[in-house]
Design a protein around this ligand. Structure first.
Ligand code: SF4
Length: 368
């Protein structure tokens, strides 16, 4: 059975492969974007940028990156920071597990490596939140170590260079793509080479309407030769979105609002939020049940009313409709049942790391 790599024209011709690498590196030298993490490439800085860039656009990451590096300029400062502070810096970037794992990894680096980010692949990949791609990216970009990479942009680029017409995210195809990534890697300048591949995927070999006219790999690309850019990569299976309705309750006492820290395993784990409950799909009048729930969970006897405020929000595969309520009367003593809960003014809530929708509501409170 022919190997997939053989679909890359001239794959077995060393001269042609070298020519393709040279063209790519020259293109990168001329066209790369000036990004903050490309200056002063320490393993720490590359790590922070790589974690932030997972599932997030470069344009969004830049401001967060500057703020994060200013607040946590070293692994030590990140490790010794309060997790609340780390989450506050991350607020709005989403996928908060990344921030929690970075905090845990910084602590592990302090404990096991005296605060120096390891430069050994086996040690790096054992750190929380670091997988094969991130370990390879950090060590190749910061140290020119010879490790391949495979992420969203390169999956698309490699699929086209290999004329791969089936789902590139299948296990079998992922294995082939990693093999390809390893095969095309040069012995030197692997950091620039890996970045050039990702940059080409981001700027030229884009999902729709790739700019093949200006692609340095055009003569090596069978997808271009067969005009199959719109067919490759094959679309992944459609995500089934889950519609859900939730209720958030502004429980008020002496101009302060009740907030709780979300528990591990909850959607916003580690962040703060107002009491929130899911509402049955067809519940038209959930007031009674919500009042009952506030009593059962927190020992509070309340009357609540609907606020004319509805937020629609998407988180991973959830499409959430969030209806807001407020208490109009409140009795009883708060029972926290081991949870972290606080009564806070809108100004105090402003400095807490909040869930995205919690932040939207808190901003309204602050400006009302
Ligand atoms: S020629 Fe077009 S499809 Fe092929 S790698 Fe370049 S941009 Fe992508």
């Amino acid at each position: 059975m022919p190997k997939l790599i053989d679909r890359f024209p001239h794959a077995n011709c060393i001269e042609q492969r070298s020519a393709a690498r040279r063209k790519l590196l020259n293109w990168f030298a001329a066209k790369q974007r000036d990004l903050p993490w490309r200056r002063n490439k320490s393993r720490y800085r590359i790590w922070v940028s790589e974690i932030m860039l997972q599932q997030t656009q470069v344009a969004t990451v830049i401001d967060y990156y500057h703020r994060f590096m200013k607040r946590f300029p070293s692994i030590k400062s990140l490790a010794y920071a309060d997790l609340d502070d780390v989450l506050k810096q991350w607020e709005g970037l989403g996928y908060y597990r990344r921030a929690r794992q970075m905090h845990a990894a910084a602590n592990a680096i302090m404990e096991s490596y005296g605060g120096r980010f390891p430069n050994n692949y086996e040690e790096v990949i054992r750190l929380p939140g670091i997988g094969r791609y991130t370990a390879g990216a950090i060590l190749s970009i910061a140290d020119d170590q010879r490790f391949p990479i495979l992420e969203g942009n390169t999956i698309r680029l490699y699929s086209r260079l290999l004329l791969m017409d089936s789902d590139p995210r299948s296990n079998e195809n992922q294995k082939s793509l990693w093999e390809f990534a390893e095969t095309i890697l040069p012995r030197k300048h692997t950091g620039d080479f890996n970045q050039a591949l990702m940059e080409l995927g981001a700027l030229v070999c884009t999902p729709t309407s790739p700019d093949c006219e200006h692609c340095p790999l055009q003569t090596h690309c069978p997808t271009f030769a067969q005009n199959k850019q719109s067919l490759i990569p094959a679309p992944s299976k459609k995500t089934n979105y889950l519609k859900t309705t939730e209720a958030v309750i502004l429980v008020t006492r002496n101009n302060r609002f009740l907030v709780r820290k979300c528990l591990p395993g909850e959607r916003w784990a580690g962040l703060w939020d107002f009491p929130r409950y899911s509402v049955e799909g067809n519940a038209t009048d959930p007031h009674h049940r919500l009042q009952q729930q506030l009593f059962e969970d927190y020992g509070l006897v309340t009357t609540i009313r609907t606020l004319n405020h509805r937020i629609r929000h998407a988180v991973t595969r959830f499409r959430i409709t969030l209806d807001c309520y407020e208490t109009t009367s409140l009795q009883g003593r708060l029972k926290t049942r081991g949870q972290e809960m606080r009564w806070l003014s809108p100004q105090q809530i402003h400095s807490m790391p909040m869930s995205i929708t919690g932040r939207k509501i808190a901003d309204r409170l602050l400006h009302s």
